[in-house]
Design a protein around this ligand. Structure first.
Ligand code: GLN
Length: 309
């Protein structure tokens, strides 16, 4: 057992009594069925070591963590041209907020809030049917994690499709400014499915490992993005990855990270490791309560904060 394995197990054990704290997202009805006691952690280092604790092998709904992978795909397809459609500034408002869109003529603040991710999905959809685009996203995640066993939870996708009125409003509002190329229902058909990707902490940590290793997946040797692009995606995760809780996450954890309302968080320790945590109870910003605490403890124990040990 290496020191890192001991650290991961110790953090998991010390937080386990607090499982069930926070509020499980219920505005997507299917997510409300998830057991609030679940708690998993996975750390995959750039040297190829994997350290797991708790429910690290159980697939959960990655939700907004998919926005990192969609941004990567969007940049791959359109390069820096995507910044005509979406900004790079923290929003300071909730993940599904609409107010800022009116002030900035349909240009969302950043790719990691819902409106920004919908704008990116619209770009990824270019030249494809929604079905093809969904297939591309699933294949991309399988390629990144180097595992075939990654699928979409169709019950979650249907649940979002049936109740995602706010996202329908965001998409139509952007379309009204001429800032979406496709009809809202086509874009959202892809968006709801990307959010419903089901992955385990271990798979997610592996999929994010290229961001910890200057754009190359050290396990497969595949260069996914350039060094510069990896650095820039990390910068956006640090500044915008936790909505209006991004400043607090940087203050407490000090790592680029992206959360989802399924209770997962992907965090990147550049040059060190990719980390995924999952605990469904959320704090007031819609970020995993226990997951944030686990990452705060991990950063403290390892000295991995990008701001210094
Ligand atoms: N699918 C969710 C939504 O669109 C994603 C939000 C999130 O994870 N913060 O509302």
């Amino acid at each position: 057992m290496t020191d890192l394995q001991a650290i991961v197990e110790e953090i998991h054990a010390s937080l386990s009594p607090r499982r069930g704290k926070g509020k499980v997202a219920d505005y997507i009805p299917q997510l409300a069925h998830v057991d609030p006691q679940k708690f998993g952690m996975a750390v995959v280092t750039v040297d190829g070591e994997t350290h797991l604790a708790g429910d690290a092998e159980e697939a959960f709904s990655i939700q907004s963590i998919s926005k990192v992978f969609m941004l990567t795909l969007g940049l791959g397809k359109h390069g820096e041209g995507i910044w005509k459609r979406v900004g790079r500034e923290p929003s300071g408002s909730a993940f599904n907020s609409i107010v800022q869109l009116e002030y900035e003529a349909g240009i969302p603040r950043n790719p990691f809030i819902n409106a920004g991710a919908i704008a990116i999905t619209d770009l990824v959809l270019a030249g494809h049917t929604p079905k093809e685009a969904i297939g591309e996203v699933v294949r991309f995640l399988r390629y990144l994690a180097d595992e075939e066993d990654i699928t979409i939870d169709q019950a979650v996708a249907r649940s979002e499709q049936a109740t995602g009125f706010r996202n329908v409003a965001l998409a139509n509002f952007m379309r009204s400014y001429g800032k979406l190329d496709h009809a809202a229902e086509l874009v959202l058909g892809v968006y709801f499915h990307q959010c419903a990707l089901a992955m385990s902490c271990r798979q997610l940590a592996r999929a994010g490992l290229f961001l910890a290793n200057s754009g190359t997946n050290p396990l497969t040797g595949h260069r996914v993005v350039s060094h510069l692009r990896a650095r820039r995606i990390n910068a956006l995760m640090l500044t915008c990855g936790h909505y209006d809780g991004s400043g607090d996450f940087a203050y407490r954890v000090g790592l680029p990270g992206k959360s989802g309302v399924g209770g997962g968080i992907l965090a990147v320790a550049p040059g060190k490791a990719s980390v995924a945590v999952w605990s469904p109870g959320l704090n007031e910003n819609g970020n995993s309560l226990l997951g944030s605490l686990a990452l705060e403890m991990l950063a403290a124990r390892t000295g991995w904060s990008v701001f210094g040990a």
